[in-house]
Design a protein around this ligand. Structure first.
Ligand code: ATP
Length: 600
């Protein structure tokens, strides 16, 4: 398959902003794509070489190296490339212009070196892989040589997008939802297979893999898809409510109630001696937890299994659970062996999704839990989450306080009804979280994506100090603004913020951002922050839930405050408008029940 097709597609994409057009273009590209490399086409569109969960290295090519490669490929001095970068501001554009420059072409063709016949997707991908995997002594030379070789052979337009890709600036603004729509239309003629594609993706969070199956075997083949050890399952998520009576009623009157531990979510895969640990956002974190790998090897009695739990820091002396911050201290340490000693962890397991070639995701929770109990050998490192089965509100409340006094964050109330399946990749009322009360009317904090920023005034003059935050709407694959957050940052966090934001600054609004406000700078949606506020309130300025409560207003967070960065969440894991709407309704209900609190 010619790489030209992809380059032309990126070029068209840059010029449009409607999602319908985006999907149509993408559909067209998938139709033309070679079935054997469609997985690679999907990764390149996602701006990566492979899914994150493989834990393979990134390209590791900085600006300097890139400039050197462009200089070699176009036979132009490095200083000239640098100069052009200063005036044009985009290395991709610089590479394209230099490739077009007649005099460099004629010199090169005179030397017999200029061959711009264009590239195939395969050779481009292979060269980029070689660049990413080169490590150790001599790797710098390998990277420069491979990249220069690639750029030499590339057409001007191809060079532009290869450079942008390597530079990490290929901002095509396409989310997974749009890719799934386009796959359905390209291979079945309509979006009717979209939900089947989504289910397959939920069980195997690798869109390249899914695209290849559809292209090679047809969409019907997705019906037989099972989880696969080594490819993470997208996590099941919980809804939130704050009244134990309502919670119990919502799950059908009886429930399995677990401690809700405050640590790091871990999806653990085991196949014989192979063990992988994936994070909440499905990154491969196996290397960070060699101790957990060892526990799984020793205490999990199964050849092939996928289980889930929370990794929690514990006191080295008493084995009691410690706060989340301790786990963060551990992660910051460079010496893993020392970190293990200083900050030991336990794992509190709460689910099992796959066992000896059998998909357990469609089985009810009690059956999954029973199997989980069977596979754990007695030990003091891997535990089943502390729990009760109950149909009694008082027992539930008592257990909630017990959880908090023992250092947990609250409880997870889980349905044990016949339909209590593992709902991979979705948030529903089969699991409901009941958390410690915050000093806030809000039932919970929200996780929002930074889409823009404003310069501060006074003491913070000249500094970007207020962030425009947005919720992610999976139905439209867009980011809808919720609030501007300017408080809660430490001085160090504010300083770091400047660098962080300038690195992802965009000239124009990202096509997926839906905003009526125009910030001082737009940024690429990349970072997720946890925000708490006084309450969810109506706001005419913001686009989140616009028209859902009243015609002219959306929903916003009043007095928002930054709590922390949520590096464990991708932008598509951010809180959705639907959740914010539910939180707003919860607030109204609470006010109706306790009208006196309004006057307070
Ligand atoms: P979410 O993961 O729902 O988007 P979040 O990451 O902001 O939300 P919370 O709202 O605090 O986190 O709660 C969900 C998280 O609680 C899970 O992702 C999991 O990491 C953690 N957790 C702790 N104990 C349990 C348990 N017993 N069962 C399920 N999840 C648990």
């Amino acid at each position: 398959m010619e790489f030209k097709l992809i380059a032309e597609y990126f070029d068209k994409l840059e010029k449009i902003s409607s999602r319908l057009q985006l999907t149509a273009l993408l559909t067209d590209l998938f139709k033309k794509a070679d079935k054997n490399v469609i997985d690679k086409v999907v990764y390149l569109i996602q701006g990566k070489l492979w899914p994150d969960f493989l834990g393979y290295p990134e390209l590791g090519v900085g600006e300097k190296l890139l400039i050197k490669a462009i200089s070699i490929a176009t036979n132009v001095k490095e200083e000239i490339v640098e100069e052009q970068l200063k005036t044009i501001g985009d290395l991709g554009e610089v590479a394209m212009r230099l490739k077009k420059t007649p005099q460099s072409a004629s010199i090169l063709s005179f030397l017999g070196a200029q061959t711009t016949e264009g590239l195939t997707v395969e050779e481009t991908y292979d060269a980029l892989t070689k660049i990413a995997l080169a490590s150790g002594e001599g790797s710098r030379d390998i990277k420069i040589r491979s990249l220069a070789g690639l750029l030499k052979k590339a057409s001007p337009l191809e060079a532009k997008y290869i450079v942008r890709f390597v530079d990490g600036r290929l901002r095509v603004g396409i989310g997974d939802a749009t890719i799934m729509d386009a796959l359905s239309t390209a291979f079945t003629g309509s979006v009717s297979y979209r939900s089947l594609i989504e289910r397959a993706y939920n069980l195997r969070a690798d869109l390249g893999n899914i695209a290849k199956i559809i292209a090679q075997q047809g969409a019907e083949a997705l019906k037989d898809i099972k989880p696969q050890v080594g490819i993470p399952i997208r996590p099941m998520l919980a809804e939130r409510l704050n009244d134990p009576t309502e919670i119990l009623a919502k799950v059908g009157g009886e429930a399995l109630v677990d401690y809700k531990y405050d640590g790091e979510r871990a999806q653990i895969h085991k196949k014989d001696k192979e063990i992988y640990i994936f994070s909440r956002r499905l990154e491969n974190i196996t290397k960070m937890y060699p101790d957990v790998v060892e526990y799984v090897r020793e205490y999990i009695n199964a050849n092939e299994v996928i289980i889930e739990g929370e990794i929690v820091a514990v006191d080295p002396e008493s084995n009691e659970i410690r706060p989340f911050q301790e786990l963060m201290h551990r992660k910051r340490k460079n010496d893993i062996q020392e970190a293990i000693k200083e900050y030991p962890v336990n794992v509190y397991l709460f689910d099992l999704m796959y066992y000896e070639n059998e998909d357990y995701t469609m089985k009810p929770l009690p059956e999954r839990r029973k199997k989980l109990e069977e596979v754990i050998k007695p030990n003091d490192k891997l535990h089943i989450a502390h729990h009760i089965y109950t149909n009694n509100v008082d027992k539930l409340t008592e257990f909630f306080y017990d959880a908090i006094s023992n250092g947990a964050e609250g409880v997870m109330v889980k349905s044990i009804a016949k339909d209590s399946i593992y709902q991979a990749g979705s948030r529903g009322f089969l699991w409901i979280k009941l958390k410690r009360d915050y000093q806030s009317e809000m039932a919970d904090s929200v996780d929002l994506v930074v889409v823009g920023a404003f310069y501060g005034r006074g003491k913070r003059g000249g500094k970007l100090s207020s962030l425009l935050m947005a919720a992610y709407d999976p139905e439209t694959d867009t980011f809808k603004t919720v609030c501007k957050v300017a408080s809660g940052f430490s001085d160090a966090e504010l300083d770091e913020l400047q660098k962080k934001l300038m690195e992802i600054k965009l000239d124009n609004k990202d096509p997926r951002v839906d905003s009526e406000l125009v910030p001082d700078i737009w940024v690429e949606p990349k970072y997720v922050a946890e925000i708490i506020g006084a309450e969810i309130t109506l706001s005419p300025e913001h686009t989140c839930c616009k028209g859902m409560v009243t015609k002219d207003a959306g929903l916003s967070v009043r007095f928002p405050r930054f709590i922390r960065w949520r590096d464990d969440k991708s932008i598509e894991d951010a809180t959705t408008p639907k959740e914010i709407y539910e939180m707003y309704k919860l607030k109204l209900k609470k006010k109706e029940e306790t009208p006196q609190s309004d006057e307070a």
